[in-house]
Design a binder for this molecule. Structure first.
Ligand code: PBG
Length: 327
């Protein structure tokens, strides 16, 4: 034999010398759940070790995240029930929870990159990402509200807005309004290939944002999020979002969709983000709790697989766990 592949695997030193994919704190975007109140840090039942924070504790959480070497956060808010409706009005409140959360993080850690979720579901009494009318999620009116919502985030100090709603044309609407209002430097990370996935369950527990079970209201998001049987469609969606002005594109969920990640990475010239979603986090936490999987080993294998598939950016609930492990 002239070639023996095992030579390059024969010691830890040679393995690290030839390793193709290295995980660092720079890879991560840390999702944070924010709730009204004071001194609140409540664990999410289906996401062990993950919490909702009130604004006072959000400030210290942001400092801790920064001290670990993590430099970007993605904010989500749990909106009080009485503020939910079918218009998205509260989403535009300049003094709403999201707008205050942005300021809180920026005050606590001015250098932190702040991204915000843009979709109506936490504000919707029906749990939908847009406005519901006659049994449908109406596209153009929803996009218009999402653009206005994005503007309030930019005004509050968000660096990037991250529309997660999958309405058609919303990236163009958002980019146009931000430009018109002078927010040339506010970026857009588009959830471009977002699938209608059952892996979002724990997230909807965290925000109490699941679609309601009411007559004439769609019980799922399949009329706007993508069919998980589709692959070519993901490329179409992503290229359109780039044309409309997205700075960063995203594939979501993560692990079951790594074929999509690679397809997209091969055809786009903008950074690709992957969202390792709540259900992926919950599965590993549950299996580890039972002693069935080695938590840290499986976590690193999954995160590495996501980056190897082509992710430049990984939004993950494991971000702090990973960084503590590798430091
Ligand atoms: C809201 C939104 C969702 C997630 C991110 N933004 C839920 C959904 O679309 O129903 C899911 C994130 C996760 O599961 O971790 N549009």
């Amino acid at each position: 034999m002239l070639r023996r592949n095992r030579r390059l695997r024969s010691s830890a030193a040679i393995r690290s010398l030839v390793r193709e994919t290295i995980i660092s704190p720079d890879d991560f975007l840390v999702p944070i759940f924010v709730v009204e109140g004071k001194g609140v840090k409540e664990e999410i039942a289906s996401m062990p070790g993950y919490y909702r924070y009130s604004l006072d504790l959000l400030a210290s959480e942001a400092k801790e995240i920064w001290s670990l070497g993590l430099k970007s956060v993605l904010l989500f808010v749990k909106v009080p029930e009485h503020l939910k409706d079918n218009s998205g009005k509260e989403a535009l409140n300049p003094n709403g929870l999201m707008q205050r959360a942005i300021k809180t993080v920026k005050d606590a850690v001015p250098e932190m990159l702040v991204m915000t979720d843009v979709a109506l579901d936490p504000y919707s009494k029906y749990g939908h990402d847009g406005i519901v009318s006659e049994g449908k999620i109406i596209n153009d009116d929803s996009s218009a509200i999402l653009a206005e919502m994005s503007l309030t985030h930019a005004i509050a100090g968000a660096d990037f807005v991250a529309p997660s709603d999958m309405m058609d044309g919303r990236i163009f609407e958002i980019r146009t309004l931000l430009e018109d209002e002078g927010f040339h430097d506010t970026g857009i990370m588009s959830y471009s290939a977002k699938y209608a996935s059952a892996f979002y369950g724990p997230f909807r527990d965290a925000l109490d944002s699941a679609p309601v079970d009411l007559k004439d209201i769609p019980k799922d998001k399949q009329s706007y999020q993508m069919d998980f049987a589709n692959r070519d469609e993901a490329i179409r969606e992503t290229l359109m979002d780039i044309e409309e002005g997205a700075d960063i594109v995203m594939v979501k969920p993560g692990l079951c969709y790594l074929d999509i990640v690679r397809d997209i990475r091969n055809v786009v010239d903008v950074p690709v983000a992957v969202y390792q979603v709540s259900g992926e986090y919950a599965m590993l936490k549950a299996a580890a709790e039972k002693g069935w999987l080695n938590h840290d080993a499986v976590m690193m294998e999954q995160i590495t697989a996501i980056k190897r598939a082509g992710a430049h950016i990984i939004a993950s609930y494991f971000a702090k766990d990973v960084v503590k492990l590798i430091s």
